[in-house]
Design a protein around this ligand. Structure first.
Ligand code: BES
Ligand code: ZN
Ligand code: ZN
Length: 488
């Protein structure tokens, strides 16, 4: 990633430059220069109304001098990090398609900020993301340098914003990679090794609890779900101390089901392959830990990842079984496919050992969340209005939108069990809320927020329509959490 401050150099023949234009269609100084060099093609296209500057609109002008991509940004007042992230992804994808080694991204308007630089770097990197581990031909053309052309002076160091943008993009790609990996190549123990490797050259401490330790500690939920699998489960703990000594940490918890068959309450076979993504919550938490360490954020953060497969077998836990969790509460298992809450129960209880400032969990928890909110917005529930409001604001700022569902006492009654403290499913309705009601039993009075990312963790067809999101894992939650932590 390069940057060119103020200076605007004429481009080489065969090169590629992208430039943003708002819907007022005024041309910034650099865009005017480009226009001149390509024989006023931009002006004439605008005059002919072939380009109107709406967001989502882009047009590639292939001229003998150079290739120019015009990217509409819509209304100037509605500009956001996410629009620039999307614009930059359009530019890098075009550069890749044109096979240009180096390209320039021009947004020489007066509102370029450090945040925007970060977003542009993220967009250009994420636009090129391609999960090609299993392709026999991995040769994938990638533009090597991107020049970000800016006009105005921006507040702090440009290099730092570029680096921060890269750090966050790398973390999002880590989350995507983990989520996209098939379960046979991403077992709980393989994830543990990955966490260790990530910590080896960073200020992170990783601890792994294996089966013996889990038995000693009484992680009945994680062991119960794992009992049907040939793969041993584990509990991954990543700790980062960037804050003051003794300052209470923020604990992130991620559902890490490396594959969810449903267990004895087995799922239908159609689309079951998508359940390799049921580790997305854990993938995002691991990525958050990597980003927090690389960004050197001044906070204490802990990441907890209960990891296991959910398989049917002769040794599997069964409907009717009663499980005792780490905090000694008991639950009657009425559906082995509602396993996420069962492993999270142990992890959330364990989180209390840290006397945390707050707990935030990410989980592909309920199909009901997709029914309620679709694939563009994550479900948000919890017991603390301040955290909920901050997460909502982070969602608006980053484009990783969240929406709160009510977690009131009426729903908590729906998971009372006849023979144990609670049962692991509610009635027919409000599946996302009864799942969160189950989790609420394991956080006591600590401030807590739960994000149900069942609809947003991966996409079938690239929806929501953002250029930096393709079919497969999205890495949702990383941008959101980093923004949240920075604005604490
Ligand atoms: N991992 C699934 C939730 C899920 C389903 C996420 C589809 C994304 C897409 C979870 O473990 C599950 O199976 N939940 C059940 C709960 C039910 C049995 C109460 C569900 O949503 O059907
Ligand atoms: Zn399930
Ligand atoms: Zn699941």
């Amino acid at each position: 990633m390069n940057n060119m401050k103020k200076k605007f150099t004429a481009f080489e023949i065969g090169s590629f430059i992208s430039t943003t234009i708002y819907d007022d269609l005024s041309l910034s100084p650099n865009t005017r220069k480009i226009d001149k060099q390509i024989g006023n093609l931009i002006s004439s296209i605008i005059k002919n109304k072939e380009f109107t500057g709406k967001s989502n609109e882009s047009i590639l002008l292939r001229t003998p001098q150079t290739n120019v991509l015009l990217i509409g940004l819509g209304n100037k007042k509605c500009i956001s990090n996410d629009k620039l992230r999307d614009a930059a992804a359009k530019a890098s994808i075009t550069a890749k398609n044109l096979k240009t080694k180096s390209f320039s991204f021009n947004h020489d308007v007066s509102d370029m900020t450090n945040d925007y630089i970060e977003a542009v770097v993220q967009g250009s990197e994420l636009g090129l993301y391609n999960f090609n581990v299993y392709k026999s031909n991995k040769k994938d053309f990638r533009p090597l340098t991107m020049n970000i052309i800016i006009k105005n002076k921006i507040k702090t160091s440009l290099t730092k914003s570029i680096r921060n943008g890269e750090i966050i993009a790398d973390a999002i790609m880590l989350s995507r990679d983990i989520s996209n990996l098939p379960s046979r190549d991403c077992t709980p123990l393989q994830l543990a090794s990955r966490a260790k490797k990530i910590s080896s050259n960073r200020p992170l401490k990783t601890t792994i609890f294996n089966t013996d330790k889990l038995k000693k500690l009484g992680f009945g939920g994680l062991l119960g779900v794992a009992s049907g699998s040939q793969q041993p489960p584990c509990f991954i703990i990543m700790e980062y101390n960037g804050g003051k000594r003794g300052e209470k940490p923020i604990v992130f918890v991620g559902k890490t089901i490396t594959f969810d068959t449903g267990g004895i309450s087995i799922k239908p076979s159609a689309s079951m392959d998508e359940m390799k993504h049921d580790k997305s919550g854990g993938a995002t938490v691991m990525a958050i830990m990597q980003a927090v360490a690389d960004l050197k954020l001044p906070v204490n953060v802990v990441g907890l990842m209960p990891a296991t497969e959910n398989m049917p077998s002769g040794s599997a836990y069964k409907p009717g079984d009663v499980i005792t969790f780490y905090n000694k509460k008991t639950a009657e298992i009425l559906n082995t496919d509602a396993e996420g809450r069962v492993i999270l129960a142990d992890a959330l209880s364990y989180a209390q050992n840290y006397k945390p400032r707050m707990i935030i969990d990410f989980a592909t928890l309920t199909g009901a969340c997709i029914v309620a909110l679709g694939t563009a917005v994550s479900g948000l529930l919890g017991n603390d209005k301040k955290i909920i409001n901050s997460l909502f604001e982070s969602g608006e700022r980053t484009g990783e939108k969240v929406w709160e569902l009510p977690l009131t006492n009426e729903y908590k009654k729906l998971i009372k069990s006849d023979i144990a403290d609670i049962k692991n499913i509610g009635g027919r309705g409000a599946g996302t809320i009864t799942a969160a009601a189950f989790l609420s039993h394991f956080v006591d009075d600590y401030p807590w927020a739960h994000l149900d990312i069942a609809g947003t963790a991966w996409t079938q067809d690239g929806t929501p329509k953002k250029s930096y999101i393709k079919k497969g894992a999205t890495g949702v939650g990383v941008l959101l959490s980093i923004d949240f932590l920075r604005n604490l």
